[in-house]
Design a binder for this molecule. Structure first.
Ligand code: SAM
Ligand code: SF4
Length: 362
């Protein structure tokens, strides 16, 4: 099988693997058998969280990963270094659970910022505590943040996240802006009867504040396995709702592997003077698996090729068993070669993964 060249530069100085019996080609990058190349790494730094969003975690929380199972800061940095230096990863997103609960986050960011070629680095966060951390994260080299916020109404925020912390999130967002962690993207999940009437208000607010709103379709990744296809707000419904107040046109920019379908909001400009945009991430109704460029690491050092994978490949045992960088890089390549063509949510035999979103790293 020939691996398509998707325009990702070869990894300089990295040892290419030899073709093995699986048909895997001699390519240093994270190629899969469908011709895709993973260059975007999502690293989960913890499965813990200080919110309890209904579409993600149960009210009582989950049984947290024992701390000895979680990778140490040094282990995380080693895997990130291997990904960048040997596997051609160019973009790193730290996530969780709530990544700001990780005390060593600034150190991990700083160690990632000195890698060559320097990867683009962002954090996906609920922004609790960002007022105290934004300066340090910016100083460590963090480029930008994605902040999750589903409503601007305090009562709804408390209902959705089961915590009364809306003001802290808004303050965290302002702190990110003050410290130049931009462009700031705001991720929103809409749910019927809870906040599905709020899309135009959220967009008006985001445009005023200079944030880029992205509305994400709810996926079957909740701990309670209660997701129902006919109870989710679709991208089509989101766009219809936004168009009641805004004129949206297709963004002519190349989408590449980006999950968000972006639209220009007529009459509005972003803080950098470019046309303001809004994104819709239609993972369920308009899947973008064909251009997926992601690889994922859980907080306990498992490679996941997809949010919806049923299998994981263990890198922690290589880390703790004296594995060399070459061996770890090759184990990662083997894992990615087995990536499935698509998430299969619409397949009759679809099974929700055992780990919920908070333990995979969204
Ligand atoms: N705690 C951080 C936060 O909330 O931004 C990072 C982890 S969270 C799992 C990452 C993203 O996943 C958030 O934007 C959240 O809204 C989204 N998410 C969680 N569960 C989801 C689900 N079932 N469907 C769609 N998005 C989900
Ligand atoms: Fe926590 Fe993020 Fe899940 Fe909400 S979506 S419970 S903030 S991990």
């Amino acid at each position: 099988m020939t691996v398509l060249d998707l325009g990702v530069p070869a990894v300089p100085g990295a040892a290419a693997t030899t073709t093995d019996t699986s048909g895997r080609p001699a390519d240093a990058r994270l190629v899969d058998s469908w011709g895709r190349v993973a260059t975007d790494l999502r690293v989960s730094l913890t499965d813990r969280c200080n919110l309890r969003c209904t579409y993600c975690m149960p009210a009582e929380g989950l049984e947290w990963m024992p701390s000895e199972q979680a990778l140490t800061d040094d282990e995380v940095v080693r895997l990130v270094r291997i990904a960048v230096e040997r596997l051609g990863v160019a973009e790193i997103r730290f996530t969780g659970g709530e990544p700001l609960l990780r005390k060593g986050l600034e150190d991990i960011v700083a160690a990632t910022a000195v890698l060559a070629p320097r990867p683009e680095m962002s954090v996906t966060t609920n922004a609790l505590g960002l007022t105290r951390r934004a300066a340090g994260l910016a100083a460590a080299g963090l480029d930008r943040v994605n902040v999750s916020l589903d409503t601007l109404r305090r009562d709804r925020f408390t209902e959705i996240t089961r915590r009364d912390r809306l003001d802290d999130v808004l303050a965290g967002l302002r702190a990110a802006r003050e410290h130049g962690l931009d462009p700031i993207k705001v991720n929103t999940v809409l749910m019927p009867g809870l906040n599905d009437d709020e899309a135009p208000d959220l967009l008006a607010w985001a445009l005023d504040e200079g944030y880029e709103l992205r509305i994400i379709e709810q996926m079957p990744l909740d701990a309670g396995h209660s997701w129902q296809r006919d109870r989710m707000i679709t991208a089509e419904q989101v766009l219809a709702s936004l168009r009641t107040r805004f004129t949206l046109t297709d963004d002519p920019a190349e989408r590449g592997g980006a999950p968000a379908e972006r639209f220009l909001v007529d009459g509005w400009t972003a803080p950098d003077g470019s046309p303001a945009k809004v994104g819709v991430i239609a993972s369920v109704t308009r899947p973008f698996c064909g251009t997926c460029d992601r690889t994922r690491l859980t907080a306990d050092g498992q490679v996941r090729t997809c949010l919806f994978s049923q299998t994981e490949n263990d890198l922690r045992s290589f880390l703790r068993g004296g594995g060399t960088d070459d061996e770890i890089a090759d184990a990662w390549r083997v894992a990615m070669w087995g990536k499935k063509a698509g998430h299969g949510i619409d397949d009759p035999g679809f099974l929700q993964p055992d780990r919920p979103m908070s333990a995979i790293g969204g």
